[in-house]
Design a protein around this ligand. Sequence first.
Ligand code: SF4
Length: 503
Amino acid sequence: MAPRLLSKSKLIAWRQCPRRLWLEVHKAELREDSAGSEARMEAGNELGRLARRLYDPESKGETIDFQQIGFGPALDRSKAVLVEAKPVFEAGYAANGALAFADVMLPVAKSGKPSWRMVEVKSSTSVKDYHRDDVSIQAYIARKAGVPLEGIAVAHIDRDFVYRGGNDYTGLLAEEDLTADTQALAPEVEQWIGEAHKVAALSSEPTTIRTGGHCSEPFACGFYDHCIASEPQPEMPVDWLPRLQKKDVKDFIETKSITDLREVPDEYLNEIQLRVKRATVTGKTFFDAPGATRELKNHGLPACFLDFETVQFTIPVWKDTRPYQQLPFQFSLHKLGVDGKLSHTEFLDLSGVDPCEAFATALIDKCDGRGPVFVYNAQFESGRINELGERFPKLAGALSAIAGRIVDVLPVARRYYYHPGQHGSWSIKAVLPSMVPELDYGALSGIKDGTMASAGFLEAIRPETTPERREEIRSQLLEYCWLDTYALVRVWAHLAGHGEIRM
Ligand code: SF4
């Protein structure tokens, strides 16, 4: 039998967790990839296609598609083309029991001999520590396979890039040279490959490795459900304590291997953490109703209740937008009049054309008048409104007036309310079940959270999406966003001590 080759992605899996490598090799079917990771993979593929255009504008290069032609032929073809002075994409090479494919190989003219500059393209907006491992593995295998490398760089997204239209993405990618890092890490890489092979050769799963912080850093591990299922779970997990950022408490929990929040002494905890601990242990809800009412009573009726849905693109598609900019495409707005009557209005654009200006105009129109604009987590809505004002200066004054009326309900809930079922979270989905048990996000059909809303939007604007499917997504988005603001109305009413809401 031919000796096993470990791909770069398997070696990276080992760097995160040896058990993950073992599972990838022996029980890959147990991995559960989230909708988010599939979307990231698709965005990565799209970025790869664009990188080819940017690094090879005259289309003189060659792309080696190992998925189409298979590993063996891809390695042979790479060997053959890596002697020609033209860009090569996805060139593969194997050495010392490891295998890698380089995103971009660019020929460097040097005394008639072919030599290469390797570029790995990443969709992040900066070089991360794990990218250094990634390119060091890549460079190590290439050098051992006899590929002459002049330089190694990571090309990442330049967050400040602004797309000016015309399909011109010059400047989207910014490079950082990591040649010296890859040389310094080479001896370690050799050890990593050896250690990883030992783990891959184990006849049984290394179950002594337990779940922990490493399961989500640097990547969310798809085997989490599998691993956690075999571990005894604390009755009251310590991670229900919110914002455990202070060094002394973090160190205490880590050094004592604490898993249950009852084991954390009160003196380590701040007021909110202590409240969570007490409510969890006693099973009793904390609610300072007079305090909450006092805080909210200054904001009278009429009042608006507002929520946005947004989408982000790694590669901006709309003119004058940046990579990863949060672009609003939908809002839901409930209005509570002085007569105590509730009405609803909304905006949603699934045309695929930049919806932001129409969104801003509709928002100004629907939020007219006076009174507070209640939101849940004001940073998000305020940030988007300010960005819209920057993009559309003629609307800036009216948008800033709306931003000035925003009142955040989240800090009021955090200060005055906690139910043991919240498990350390004050998200509206965590708070709602105890305050308004008859309202349930679980009853929604299809779209149930912001990530799904964004994925639904992207699917709906694709040209190949059928009109029937687009309408199905439209009704799911409207239903979901309506619930977000109706839930906000009911949470506000509970905290403010407001009586019955009339439709
Ligand atoms: S879930 Fe955690 S412990 Fe299990 S394989 Fe993944 S990283 Fe390792």
